[in-house]
Design a protein around this ligand. Structure first.
Ligand code: SF4
Ligand code: SF4
Length: 187
């Protein structure tokens, strides 16, 4: 990452207003590092969590939307739990992923949003995950036809992958949530 690109005076005000409206108080960060030191995925990040929060407080949206970190974050909440200032770091990661998709920024880890899409399609169709259908959707979209094949066969042998989908009774309610008309959106 080029440090030359970081300039708080050129921060994206619209982005900062969005964070403020969502009560994600990135300005409360005093860079103690507790978030970064507890993150189980940090070895794979290109920006550490504390860097994400600091860049967000500078309004450096462009840098953040191109980072691997926003896609590799597992949303485990360890960072937010450890933060002494109760900064909503997981919500920040969500906002960044959502903005990246909305703005058509090429994901730095392209297979992860493809996996998310396949997972969500499965939940939308069946009300829960249908593993074989989800994997098929992921493989067709990603082109990774042979990856993890041994793992898949092992899971199948152990009965962890059902051939047929299991569905739920309240599928229409689930679909209403996806359409934005569900109870979830009345809160
Ligand atoms: S734990 Fe909170 S205050 Fe400390 S660096 Fe991380 S975000 Fe900032
Ligand atoms: S929520 Fe994401 S950034 Fe925070 S500790 Fe978990 S993996 Fe790391």
């Amino acid at each position: 990452m080029s440090n030359n690109a970081i300039n708080p005076e050129k921060g994206n005000k619209k982005f900062l207003n969005k964070l403020e409206s969502m009560k994600i108080d990135v300005h409360a960060c005093f860079q103690c590092g507790r978030c970064s030191s507890g993150c189980p995925v940090s070895d794979f990040f290109d920006l550490q969590v504390m860097e994400v929060v600091r860049l967000a407080s500078y309004g450096m949206e462009d840098i953040l939307l191109k980072s691997k970190t926003i896609w590799l974050c597992a949303a485990c909440e360890t960072c937010a739990t450890r933060c002494p200032n109760d900064i909503e770091i997981v919500a920040l990661m969500d906002v960044l992923r959502s903005l990246a998709l909305k703005k058509g920024v090429t994901p730095a880890q392209p297979r992860i949003p493809i996996f998310h899409r396949s997972f969500l399609d499965s939940v939308k169709n069946w009300g829960r995950t249908y593993e074989v259908g989800m994997i098929a959707g992921y493989k067709l979209r990603s082109g990774d036809l042979m990856g993890d094949i041994k793992l898949g066969l092992d899971m199948f042998r152990k009965g962890r992958l059902g051939i047929l989908p299991h569905t739920i009774k309240e599928k229409t309610e689930i679909r209403a949530i996806f359409s934005g008309k569900g109870k979830e959106y009345d809160r």
